[in-house]
Design a protein around this ligand. Structure first.
Ligand code: N7H
Length: 454
């Protein structure tokens, strides 16, 4: 069996040689978040001479990127050694255009990746002419740098910039910073429901129970990894059908999503006033969770429970009177349910989110939002499908549901707000659009052996 379809969660510390080699060869942050609060993204454009750029990637970048095994080791040290100094996290990813400029055939087949985000893969996206100037340019590569505390991230980023050869131009920089209590700018707890690849993370999710009742977050590696034909790391346990030297990487989607916080707050109050529903419940209807993370499909008020509940589905809410169909988490993970009949595989249309907020919540005039990032093994069937066919689709989950109340783009039907939680009597009111896309690109995060082999 191929390492990618292994139906069992992985051990972080393992004697399985194929797994050890995999962890040493893939970049960090893919199977588990790097978990730093400070992130700097460097967007790069390559000049016409590929040789010095390839040499820089081979000799400098490949030695600085954080492998999965180093990430695991560092997090152990962070837990166990009080005086542990954060070495920082670094990853390197290339766009299709970047591979082309380096004169490389990536062997990657994903059509969204190959065409690039500017080609209009997300049909409701604003025209690239309206994006931030950085993202209107050719973005050939992105470096993610993460280190705590804040000043040390800047120092590390500066060191990396100083290593650039003349043919590499820095065309943009984004600073992300986690907000208090892992919230995002609309005030909601984020990063709760994720695909899980490791056994001890799955055990944490079980929260003392012996099994999951409704939603098992485990995912096999083929949700997030795909073959990197330029790498030559190891022979996995897939012989004889899968024979040969293998290496794996992951597609990375980046989108800068600006949040209109005042607009959101005002709209929540307006819906609350007109419908006589409390503002807290209106927000929960829009997101699918209260601000503290309590799922609205299971509770009509915040529970303040820690850890935050995630073992639920929507089977006890067929008419959307507890968690409306337009709510963000129901649109982006219907957890197997498709009342409108749109065909999808619940285990496949999932993404591994690694976004971080940007902008200071204390400064009203400052632009704020989410540096949205997610990893997957197929952009077209995962991120693109989720945004196009679910979030931006007025008729998902049902006819005239309206677009996703958080990230939906384009025109929308008026949305239904349950007057009383759990009772099928609805009031109609429009509610949109407080998240605006400012640009982005599709990348591939290659294996480390492929960076060394360039
Ligand atoms: Fe979303 N938000 O603050 O309202 N998201 N999201 N997201 N999101 C989730 O479970 C938010 C965005 C998903 O399995 C929560 O982590 C904001 C994009 C998925 O139950 C909250 C932005 C896409 C899930 C937010 C944004 C997704 C999810 C609940 C942009 C993909 C898991 C907490 C500014 C197209 C669903 C949690 C599940 C959860 C918010 C972007 C997807 C609070 C503000 C672009 C799959």
């Amino acid at each position: 069996m191929s390492i990618l379809s292994n139906p069992k969660p992985l051990q972080k510390v393992t004697s399985n040689q194929a797994h050890q080699k995999l962890y040493g060869d893939i970049q960090g942050n893919i199977l588990k978040s790097h978990a730093r609060k400070n992130v700097i993204l460097l967007f790069l454009e390559f000049g016409n001479n590929p040789e010095p750029i390839k040499e820089w990637i081979r000799n400098t970048i490949s030695n600085r990127v954080t492998s999965m095994s180093n990430q695991l080791l560092n997090s152990l040290k962070f837990k166990n050694q009080r005086d542990h100094i954060d070495p920082g996290f670094l990853s390197f990813s290339l766009s299709a255009q970047g591979y082309k400029k380096l004169g490389l055939n990536s062997g990657l087949k994903d059509s969204s990746f190959l065409n690039g985000m500017k080609s209009g893969t997300i049909s409701a996206d604003p025209d690239p002419g309206e994006w931030d100037p950085t993202f209107q340019e050719d973005v050939d590569a992105v470096i993610i740098i993460a280190k705590d505390p804040t000043d040390t991230t800047r120092i590390l980023a500066q060191e990396v910039i100083e290593s650039f050869p003349a043919a590499v131009r820095l065309i943009g920089k984004e600073h992300g910073k986690a907000l208090k209590q892992e919230k995002e700018h609309f005030g909601f707890a984020d990063g709760i429901s994720q695909p899980i690849y490791f056994e001890d993370d799955l055990n944490d999710e079980l929260r003392g129970n012996s099994s999951f009742n409704n939603w098992n977050p485990f995912a096999a590696l083929n949700l997030v990894l795909t073959k990197d034909s330029l790498g030559k790391a190891f022979i996995d346990d897939g012989k004889p059908t899968d024979q040969g030297n293998h290496s794996y990487g992951s597609y990375l989607v980046f989108r800068k999503l600006e949040q209109d916080v005042q607009g959101w707050n005002k709209a929540v109050v307006e819906v609350a006033k007109k419908t006589k529903i409390s503002p807290g419940l209106v927000g929960a209807y829009a997101v699918g969770r209260f601000q503290d993370g309590t799922p609205v499909v299971s509770h009509s008020s915040s529970q303040g429970a820690m850890p935050i509940e995630n073992d639920f589905d929507f089977s006890n809410d067929v008419n959307g009177s507890k968690c409306p169909f337009h709510s963000h988490i129901r649109k982006t993970n219907p957890r197997g349910e498709s009342p409108g009949g749109l065909d999808f595989d619940k285990d496949k249309v999932r993404i591994t989110r690694r976004g971080i907020p940007y902008g200071d919540p204390e400064i009203q005039s400052e632009a704020k939002g989410l540096l949205f990032m997610c990893y997957q093994s197929n952009i077209k069937d995962q991120f693109d499908f989720m945004q196009n066919s679910w979030a931006d689709n007025d008729n998902f989950l049902n006819q005239s549901t309206g677009i996703d109340s958080v990230i939906g783009q384009g025109s929308s039907s008026a949305k239904q707000w349950p007057s009383v939680h759990g009772q099928a009597s609805f009031q109609q009111m429009s509610f949109q659009q407080f998240v605006n896309m400012k640009g982005g690109e599709y990348f591939f995060t290659p294996s480390i052996s492929s960076l060394k082999n360039l």
